[in-house]
Structure formats: structure tokens, C-alpha cells
Design a protein around this ligand. Structure first.
Ligand code: XMP
Ligand code: MG
Length: 178
């Protein structure tokens, strides 16, 4: 695709990361009631991969939040577009997200979900961009660290596009700077 500068993380690297995380999650939550909450839309591909490598029974649900609108800069405003249907009272919750950038989205989600009586709320993210963090959010299952570049693919989009690219790619700057 012409808008792509280069591949940053290959399918093989993503696959290895997913398997390691799923194995840790399966061990950590063995014998516990776990609700996995995928954050739409960006988290859908990672969650689909991760869920199929998890070897314990889990409940799966989704939330849809928006923090970016159509630009590549975080507004800091988190809008809940779709909430979960699952009652998380007395259960362990694992939020599955595509990327932790400023941390604002996950910080907001954790605080919101904690008000609903879960036994624990933890975070699993495929990618981590630590250089841009604005709030200190604890990511319990942290994925691959990436530099401060705007990336697309593996669920991540620019203006709704490129989510279907199987690798994580760096977008050409002139695509979003114009
Ligand atoms: P915060 O800043 O709240 O952001 O941690 C989390 C959300 O921002 C989006 N995001 C990106 N999306 N390429 C994208 O396509 C990126 O490089 C990028 N960085 C952040 C993403 O939706 C994430 O859930
Ligand atoms: Mg997202």
C-alpha cells in the first residue's frame, strides 16, 4: 500500500508475542472467573489472535471507545460508544487493547470498570509507546515497545483505514501531515 513507509513488526514477531502473553494469562487466571474485554475497534485483531491461544475458559465482551476522532493526535477525551453487556461484579477483568500511547484511554477505562465491583482489573496491550505517556497506567501484560511513530495495521487505523494490514507498519508522514 502506497501510504506505508515500512514494516515495523512482522507477523512472526506478533505471533510470538501473542503466544507468550496467552500462556502467561492462561496460567495467571487458572481456576478464576475471567472476563476479557476487548477495546474496539483497534483491539479486535489482537484479541482474536490472543483469545485463540488462551487455554482456560473465559467470557469475552467488547467496549467501543473513541479518543482520537479522525486525527493522529489524542484529544484526551474518552467517549464510551459501546459498553459491555457482561456483569463483571465479583469477576476478574482483563482489558485487551491495541496500544498504550498517552495512557489516557486505559486509565479512564480501568477507573470506570473498577466502580462495578470486579475482583481485579488488569491490562493487556499488544503495543507500547512509552515515550508519549501522560498518565502512569500499570500495564500488566505489556506487548512490543515501539518508538514515537504513528503506526497502522494489526487493528490500528488511520482515518478508519489500514486495520487489515497483518503487520504493524509505519505510516508515511506526508499522509497525516498534509
Ligand atoms: P491513549 O493515548 O489514550 O491512546 O493511550 C490509545 C489509543 O490511541 C490510538 N493510537 C494509535 N492508533 N496508531 C494508531 O492507529 C498509533 O500509532 C496510535 N497511537 C495511539 C489507539 O486507538 C489506542 O487505542
Ligand atoms: Mg484503541
Amino acid at each position: 500500500m502506497g501510504a506505508i513507509e515500512r514494516v515495523l513488526i512482522t507477523k512472526e514477531e506478533l505471533n510470538k508475542q501473542v503466544k507468550e502473553m496467552a500462556s502467561r494469562i492462561s496460567k495467571d487466571y487458572e481456576g478464576k472467573e475471567l472476563v476479557i474485554i476487548g477495546v474496539l475497534k483497534g483491539g479486535f485483531i489482537f484479541l482474536a489472535d490472543l483469545a485463540r491461544e488462551i487455554t482456560i475458559p473465559v467470557d469475552l465482551d467488547f467496549m467501543s471507545v473513541s479518543s482520537y476522532g479522525n486525527s493522529s493526535k489524542s484529544s484526551g477525551v474518552v467517549k464510551i460508544i459501546k459498553d459491555v453487556d457482561t456483569n463483571i461484579d465479583g469477576k476478574h477483568v482483563l482489558i485487551v487493547e491495541d496500544i498504550v500511547d498517552t495512557g489516557l484511554t486505559l486509565n479512564h477505562l480501568v477507573e470506570l470498570l473498577k466502580t462495578r465491583g470486579p475482583l481485579s482489573v488488569k491490562i493487556c496491550a499488544a503495543l507500547d509507546k512509552p515515550s508519549r505517556r501522560k498518565v502512569d497506567v500499570q500495564v500488566d501484560y505489556k506487548g512490543i515497545e515501539i518508538p514515537d511513530e504513528f503506526v497502522v495495521g494489526y487493528g490500528l487505523d488511520y482515518c478508519g483505514k489500514y486495520r487489515n494490514i497483518p503487520e504493524v507498519c509505519i505510516l508515511k508522514k506526508d499522509v497525516y501531515l498534509k
